[in-house]
Design a protein around this ligand. Structure first.
Ligand SMILES: *Cc1c(COP(=O)(O)O)cnc(C)c1O
Length: 340
């Protein structure tokens, strides 16, 4: 039994999801004639109380399109130093939008409103790039699945409004955050100008993200998606998977969160573990005490037991629980950990 805890992207469609995909009514979505895509977009727009939702092949493309919509070349956006848009999207912010990042030294991927305010370049000081966008990530990936304090997000919204900055949310794992903090899509829709959400992470779809926003900002979204190569034809098979996941895979995220807590408990009891970061959702980030066992050796031992996890650099290791990490695997993994 292979136990893959590298990411929540390793899941495969469930039989129920596959059935929904097979049964999907499809058309050419580039002509907006795919009923399954249209239905998904309508549903997600309504969930977030936004005018428009647009289906994308990846979360990266949805974020990159959003950044393009909010900025002009030579502008600057503000994000945390851990941000996915900065670290893990291949330099797309500069490639696609000609925009630079002002990195904020936040806590587990989260900044304060004060830090954001201080990072804004004075708009009349033409020597500096013009700040036009703030990008937030919830939950934070590199920050270990941490959830933002909603009040801080509101304060940042106020900063954005009074400085006329766009406010984007990379919500690849927003489903996890909303579940953990008992928040609603509507609350997030009221806060942010644009939000990207992923269906290929916790929700278990093979592919798919959606970007939501109101009419004005989303006007050019479909053109930007086309330019980035994201116009898809009979994408309804994929949208059907996403609609199925919305119905069947959101509430069960609680199981992933519980399992993560239980893994954390065992890790904290192990002598050779130096530190386990707080666990709020489905991501566990921890460090090995290298004087007792090397990180490499630990990974090798896990692999010898058919368990796979990933390094995050700087001695940090990451475990992510997900839909395909079964109860049986969980029991097996905990006992493997205790024996190492
Ligand atoms: C995974 C992820 C994305 C998007 O990734 P894709 O693989 O392109 O779908 C964006 N932001 C965060 C925080 C992520 O974890």
């Amino acid at each position: 039994m292979k136990i893959n805890l590298i990411s929540d992207t390793v899941t495969k469609p469930t039989p129920g999801m596959l059935k929904a995909m097979f049964a999907a009514e499809v058309g050419d979505d580039v002509f907006k004639e795919d009923p399954s895509v249209n239905a998904l977009e309508k549903k997600v727009a309504e969930l977030f109380h936004k005018d428009v939702a647009l289906f994308f092949p990846s979360g990266t493309m949805a974020n990159q399109a959003a950044i393009k919509l909010h900025t002009q070349p030579a502008d600057q956006l503000i994000c945390d130093k851990y941000a996915h848009v900065y670290n893990y999207e291949g330099g797309g912010i500069s490639f696609n939008s000609g925009v630079s990042c002002k990195l904020v030294d936040g806590e587990r991927g989260m900044m304060t409103a004060k830090q954001v305010e201080e990072a804004i370049n004075p708009p009349d000081f033409y020597h500096s790039p013009l700040t036009t966008l703030v990008s937030i990530e919830n939950t934070t990936n590199k920050g270990g699945g941490a959830c933002w304090d909603f009040e801080e997000l509101k304060k940042i919204q106020t900063v954005c409004k009074s400085n006329r900055l766009g406010y984007h949310l990379d919500g690849a794992r927003l489903w996890n955050a909303m579940l953990a903090k008992n928040e609603t899509p509507q609350q997030y829709g009221e806060l942010f100008d644009t939000i990207s959400v992923c269906f290929s992470k916790g929700l278990g779809c093979p592919v798919g993200s959606v970007l939501v926003g109101n009419k004005e900002i989303m006007q050019k979204a479909i053109r930007v998606r086309k330019i980035l190569g994201g116009g898809m034809r009979q994408a309804g098979y994929l949208a059907a998977a996403a609609s199925y996941a919305l119905e069947h895979h959101v509430d069960r995220l609680a199981e992933d969160h519980n399992k993560a807590q239980e893994i954390g408990k065992v890790l904290r009891q192990l002598l050779f573990i130096k530190k386990v970061e707080p666990i709020e959702t489905n991501i566990i980030i921890f460090e090995i005490n290298e004087t007792l066992v090397s990180t490499e050796n630990f990974l090798e031992k896990l692999a010898a037991n058919n368990v796979f996890i990933i390094g995050m650099g700087q001695g940090k290791l990451r475990i992510v629980t997900h839909l395909d990490y079964t109860d049986e695997m969980h029991v097996a993994f905990l006992s493997i950990l205790k024996k190492i």
